[in-house]
Structure formats: C-alpha cells, structure tokens
Design a protein around this ligand. Structure first.
Ligand code: NDP
Length: 483
C-alpha cells in the first residue's frame, strides 16, 4: 500500500485545494514509494492565515518564553521517542543507509530542539544610557519580538535535521511557521508537525504545505502575510528567493551551497586526514552543503595522500542501503545522478587524473561510485562548481600562502578543514580562510549550540545557537521620558 501524505494546516490534514497529488520515487529501485499533496497558492494562503491567527491574539501569542520552552522540550521528547521511525522516513526518501540519520541527523535535531527550548526564556533586551532628550532624562531599553510568520523552505539532503534547525529556534523566539519541505522528502516534516500537536503546541503554529518550489515556495516568498523566509538549498534558488522576497522587504536567511576546501599540510597525520577527508567527501553520498570536495594537499605528500584517499574511496560498498555491509546508497534522484555524471565527464575532459570511481553506468537505481580526481587545478569546473555527489578533487600546493589563496579562490564560503600538527599554523590558516565554519583536524563539527552559515555565495545569516534564535526576532527600542 503506497502512503499518501496531505498538508498539515491548522492542526489538520488537508488535501490540496484542487485535489492534486505528486508521486515520490525511490532512488534505489525507481518505483513510486509514496504520494503527496501538490500544494497550491490557495493552500499556502490557508496555512499563512492559520499561522497569523496564532500571532494576532491566539493562544501562542499569550505564552511566556518559559511556557514555549517547556513545549519545545516536550516536542524534543516525542522526537526522541520516534527517532528511529523519523530516520527511516528520511532514509527511504533519499536512499540513504538509515544508520546515518540515526547516528547524526536525529541526535542533532533533538539537540537543536533542546538548545532552542533553553533559549526561549532568555531572549533579553538591554538598557542603553543616553544623554537624554532635549535636556530631560530618559530611559531607553530594547526588547526582542518575534519576527512574525515564517516561511521555511527545506532541501532533501538532511531534511528532518534542517527542518529542526528552523523550527526549534523560531518557536523559541515566538514565531509561527509554514514549512515547505522538498518534493522528495515531505514525510518527516509532516511527522514533526503532528508531534507539535501532540506536544500541546497550539494548532496553526506549525503548518506544512507540500508541493513544488515553483508554486508553494514562490507563493510563500511573495505572500504579504509572511514576514520572513528561511531557506536552505542551492545558491541558484537562493538568488530567485532574494528576487521575489527582496522587493517585499521580507527578512531572508539563506543557507546555500559550498565548495569547501580541506587543506592537508605535510605535517598532518596522514591517516587521520585521509579518514576525515573521506568522511567530509562521502558522508550522505556527498550530498552535503559543507562537503569538503576541494582537497588541497601539500605537494610533498600529495602522491602518498592521494593513493590513500583513493583506496579509502574504493573500499566503500555502494548499493541498496537495506543490504548488509552497504555503506553508501544511491544519489537521491535522477537529476542528481545525471548532474554528478556530467561533472565526472568534465573532470576527465579537463585532464584531471582519475584515481577511483568514474562514470556511473545507468542501471536500476541512481548509484555512483565514490570518485577521486587528482593532479587537478583550481580552475577546472570540478574544482569550482558544487557537484553535490561523491566526487573529490585533489589539488597540490607548495606553501601555506598558496594554500590560503587557493582555499579562498572560490565563490563559496561555507566550511573548510585544516589538517596540521602545527598549532600556530592551524590558527593562522583558520583565521585567513573565508568560510563560516572551520574544522581543525576534524570535518564540519556541527553542533546545535554553534552558529552555522556561510560567507560569500554560501548564504546570508546564521542558524543554530543563540544567533539562530535571534535571527527570528526584531529588535525594538523604547524610550521613556522620566523627567
Ligand atoms: P534546491 O535549491 O533545488 O531546493 C531547495 C528547496 O527550495 C526545495 O524545497 C525546493 O523545492 C525549493 N525551491 C525550488 N525552487 C524554488 C523557487 N523557485 N522558489 C522557492 N523555493 C524553491 O536545493 P536542493 O533541495 O537540491 O538541495 C541541494 C542544495 O542545498 C545544495 O546546493 C546544497 O549545498 C544546499 N544545502 C545547503 C545547506 C546549508 O546549510 N548551507 C544544507 C543543505 C543543503 P522542490 O522540492 O520543488 O525542489
């Protein structure tokens, strides 16, 4: 029996206003595994109206920060209860080995909810001393208010975790939300909304409208009742969102793509660097915004390091993730398969040396072997463009200055890693590389308490931690004449 998912609006399941449905395909066997409502602009309006009612005098607007914190903690308890089921939902949709979301996404999502719950009653203002107003003493203080109704647009790669990066902080700040999950992965967002209801969060605070970006995403970005758009996805769609939401002066946070460098110095532990770089390259089939796909290696060790990384890549077992011993599933969809193959073809044409993997053959399912190119240069398309698949490009360098210049010679600025045993060099390079998050001798330490986001075309704003909560507030200043 193929499940059918409907929208979740004002605490109830809703069909699309025109009854439309879309089909979801398994990347493992290309069969339809579910259907979901194909949302319309009218569905978005109904969800925004429900979210608005809760802010304009609804039960949610009357809760204290401490009350909201308690409800978010209760939500975290329920997510913890259903963690295995939720991990399986995401894994099924994108063909990922379920162990990965179980070990990383769900603990991180639960941690994000709990960290957000803790901030809910600590969103403070300041009192600011001034000389007064026309010779009369004044008292000025600030307060932070919820920004309003948020439109949250989410990608398919780690859908539940990213949904929680948005929902936890925005609930802590007192906002309400309409979530638009990716077409491929609606189920875990719908489950989260149902858990919000079970936790006692009032109906209408968290709504989900499934459907396409072109219709549902754009309707959110242009809806006059939405004050903020929080978007995670590609840089291309980030630009479209700015074009739609910008003229309406909506607040916009963008978490976008990357081409993150992993810089390996000759004094690094080669074993640790190979393990870390392989993790940074191949986790989630390489479909990670912060994937460390540009591996800059000091020339002296480049050959040895490249051979070791290629052998780590070749040791990964690709296949149906439900089968014993398989550690990498297919890429998530047909477009992704074709895109990754196009880049592998480009790497070969541009003259990079193929050390592992290579062009994927088209059979049943979207399987791509972990691929390593070596002896590449930073002007090749495989070094400049986000592939979003299991493909790494090794580029040699001679000096620290050259490594920094290469690391920064990119339009992106999301993550970076530095592999070295020289502590001064580690700090020097970490400070010189223009990226939102740098790991020294580790890859992308994502933690709910740490701010996450990118520089340059990798985005605008930060999610998670206190920065993530404040991003859902407006700062107001109040000045009182005290005489
Ligand atoms: P997309 O940008 O294609 O889609 C992201 C979301 O935007 C989806 O829900 C999509 O809907 C929606 N969307 C598509 N077109 C529009 C539009 N015109 N208006 C409004 N919404 C729209 O990204 P992917 O889902 O393919 O995810 C991969 C990208 O996300 C990569 O570039 C990756 O680097 C980035 N990413 C960034 C992260 C970060 O933290 N910086 C984290 C994870 C991923 P639909 O379902 O129809 O496609």
């Amino acid at each position: 029996m193929i499940p059918t998912f409907q929208h979740f609006i004002n605490g109830q399941a809703h069909t699309a206003s025109d009854g439309g449905l879309m089909e979801l395909f398994s990347p493992v066997n290309e069969q339809v595994h579910a259907r979901a409502a194909r949302g319309t602009a009218a569905d978005v309006s109904a969800a925004v109206a429900a979210a608005r009612r809760q802010l304009d005098g609804g039960a949610w607007s009357k809760l204290s920060g401490a009350d909201r914190g308690q409800l978010i903690h209760r939500l975290a308890d329920l997510v913890e209860r259903d963690a295995g089921k939720i991990a399986d939902m995401d894994a099924t949709c994108i063909g990922r080995p379920p162990i990965e979301p179980r070990l990383l996404d769900l603990p991180n999502a639960i941690g994000t909810l709990r960290t957000s719950a803790g901030w809910a009653d600590k969103i403070e203002g300041r009192t600011i001393p001034t000389p007064g107003y026309m010779g009369v003493k004044t008292l000025s203080y600030t307060q932070r208010e919820p920004v309003g109704v948020v439109g949250a647009i989410v990608p398919w790669n780690t859908p539940f975790m990213i949904t929680c990066w948005k929902v936890g902080p925005l609930l802590a700040a007192g906002c309400t939300v309409v979530i638009k999950p990716s077409e491929e992965t609606p189920s875990s967002a719908l489950h989260l909304a149902a858990l919000c209801k079970e936790a006692g969060i009032p109906d209408g605070v968290v709504n989900v409208v499934t459907g396409t970006g072109e219709v549902v995403g754009q309707a959110l970005c242009s809806h006059p009742g939405v004050e903020k758009i929080t978007f995670t996805g590609s840089t291309e769609v980030g630009r479209i969102i700015q074009r739609t939401a910008g003229p309406l002066f909506k607040r916009v946070s963008l978490e976008l793509g990357g081409k993150s460098p992993q810089i390996v110095f000759e004094d690094a532990s080669i074993d640790a660097a190979v393990r870390g770089c392989a993790m940074g390259l191949f986790f989630n089939q390489g479909q990670v915004c912060a994937a460390g796909t540009r591996i800059l290696v000091q020339r002296w060790i480049a050959e040895k390091f490249s051979a070791a990384l290629a052998s780590a890549a070749s040791a990964i077992k690709v296949g149906d993730p439900s089968k014993e011993g398989v550690t990498m599933g297919p890429v998530a969809k047909k477009e992704q398969f074709e895109r990754v193959n196009r880049y592998i073809d480009a790497g070969l044409a541009e003259g990079a040396k193929l050390l592992a993997g290579g062009l994927a053959e088209r059979g049943k399912g979207y399987f791509v072997k972990p691929t390593i190119f070596a002896e590449a240069s930073n002007d090749m398309s495989i070094a400049r463009e986000e592939i979003f698949g299991p493909v790494g490009t090794i580029i040699p360098f001679d000096t620290e200055e050259e490594a920094i210049a290469l690391a920064n010679d990119t339009d992106y600025g999301l993550g970076a890693t530095v592999w070295t045993s020289d502590v001064s060099r580690a700090h020097r390079v970490a400070q010189a590389v223009k990226a939102g998050a740098i790991g020294v001798n580790c890859w992308a330490p994502i933690d709910p308490r740490l701010p996450w986001g990118g520089m340059k075309t990798s985005g605008i704003g930060r999610e998670c931690g206190l920065s993530g909560v404040l991003a859902y507030t407006e700062e107001k200043v109040i000045t009182v004449l005290v005489g």
